[in-house]
Design a protein around this ligand. Structure first.
Ligand code: HSE
Length: 443
């Protein structure tokens, strides 16, 4: 291919993993080769791959591929320019990526767990060796959210980010709400469609979303990656009754990752959240992801797209490969920094404890159906200056001597709310463990 009269050498890619994302990446690079080459200014060829198992029926371009079952042959191969790590998990992904970097290779990964937990070490190694580690596909699948944060919004102080960043969890919640399907049944379908993590507890317990939020928080605020400080709660406690209560109160329940800069530090939290149904993000359903970013100059911007799946994730992986191909001749110090901020300009601003987070609450209680019970609950809330925004009581079925009530509070401090919750739990009229979710207006 000729660009400005110069013939540029093809870039050779070594692919580790030929599963859902690795296979999709191969197929996109092969099928769209000519379009990608016109954009990149040179050919991009997958020449080597490593996989223990793969399905030849679903893969293109195998005839031009040297396939090994040993991933270390890829990172050691002097012919490979860019290593694309698509196996996921912490190990051996970490060892492979560090070895590739040491051998002077650029790396592209979709591995959010690896970046969230070992990213600081990996970026330092990349810096020492003058190579790039690109990870667009690690957050929100096909949405170019990392490019938006690192480049498109570079002018802004980021104030907060709220995102639906786990496709499997959103798919489960949407199917439960719209079709009344069972949790386990929807999860099985998400696994069959290739959305769920190898260990699906990562999806339902919020760990996958916490990996992604950790990355977003670092990119937004220029802080080192601190996965261990991200508060994480999954979707397992949400019952159909909560979904219908939320609807009646004018809200939708979404599993959100939220990061916010406050005077006390950075909030990093992943949990089910009631959001007003009129917000666009409240209407993001199925495997789709959406990330809402509030910048001081631009105001709110919303990014929407497929958060998981073979080709959407491959779209982001290939974008990274092309970015690297374009920047091969750029001085490493002039490349876009891994965490959006120059490495020596990262900040040590603390992550705030959950007790000091300010938010509103939804609380569902099962109480004895007798006079004075609600008065006791509202009195306890009032004593701590927690104001009630809305209240809902469903009529008890005939013969049942208990009432399900739901309370929405106004914004309060989490530590204050939890202290009152302990007192409410201790009331003899409260029959089971209250179920509480946070409420965010996202205004
Ligand atoms: N398991 C992840 C999800 C895959 O469902 O969002 C994409 O990171």
């Amino acid at each position: 291919m000729h660009v400005w009269g110069k013939k540029l050498k093809a870039v050779k890619v070594g692919l580790i993993g030929l599963g859902t994302v690795g296979g999709g990446t191969l197929n996109v690079l092969v099928r769209n080769a000519s379009e990608i080459s016109r954009r990149a200014g040179r050919d991009i060829r997958v020449t080597h791959a490593a996989a223990r198992e793969y399905d030849p029926e679903t893969l293109d371009g195998l005839e031009n591929l040297d396939i090994s079952d040993d991933a270390f042959t890829i990172v050691e191969n002097p012919e490979v320019d860019i290593v694309v790590e698509m196996i996921g998990g912490y190990s051996p992904a970490r060892e492979l990526v560090l070895k590739a970097i040491k051998n002077g290779k650029h790396v592209v990964t979709a591995n959010k767990a690896l970046i969230a937990v070992h990213g600081n070490e990996i970026f330092e190694a990349a810096r020492e060796n003058g190579v790039t580690v690109a990870f667009e596909a690690a957050v929100a699948g096909g949405i170019p959210i990392i490019k938006a944060l690192r480049e498109g919004l570079v002018a802004n102080h980021i104030e907060w980010i709220a995102g639906i960043i786990n496709g499997t969890g959103n798919f489960i919640l949407s199917e439960m709400k719209d079709k009344g399907r069972e949790f386990a049944d929807v999860l099985k379908e998400a696994q069959e469609l290739g959305y769920a993590e190898a260990d699906p507890t990562f999806d339902v317990e919020g760990i996958d979303a916490a990996h992604k939020l950790t990355i977003l928080a670092s990119l937004a605020f220029g802080i080192p990656l601190q996965f261990d400080k991200c508060y994480t709660e999954g979707i397992g406690k949400i019952e159909p009754l909560d979904i219908s209560n939320a609807e009646q109160l004018g809200y939708r329940i979404k599993h959100l990752g939220i990061t916010r800069m406050t005077p006390g530090g950075v909030e990093m939290r992943v949990h089910p959240t009631l959001i007003p149904e009129k917000r666009l993000i409240a209407n993001v359903d199925g495997v789709m992801n959406a990330v809402l970013i509030q910048g001081d100059a631009v105001g709110p911007t919303l990014y929407y797209g497929a958060g998981a799946g073979s080709l959407p994730t491959a779209s982001a992986v290939v974008a990274d490969i092309v970015d690297i191909a374009r920047a091969l001749t750029v001085d490493p110090d002039n490349r876009v920094p891994h965490l959006a901020y120059q490495p020596d300009a990262l900040s040590s601003v603390p992550v705030v404890s959950m007790d000091d987070v300010h938010t509103a609450y939804y609380m569902r209680l099962m109480v004895t159906d007798e006079s004075g019970v609600l008065a006791k609950i509202t009195e306890l809330l009032g004593e701590s200056d927690i104001s009630i925004e809305a209240f809902l009581q469903k009529p008890s079925p005939a013969g049942v001597d208990a009432a399900a009530v739901a309370v929405l509070t106004k914004v309060t401090r989490e530590g204050t709310f939890n202290a009152v919750l302990d007192k409410i739990k201790a009331l003899p009229e409260v029959l089971s463990e209250p179920v509480c979710f946070r409420v965010e207006s996202l205004a």
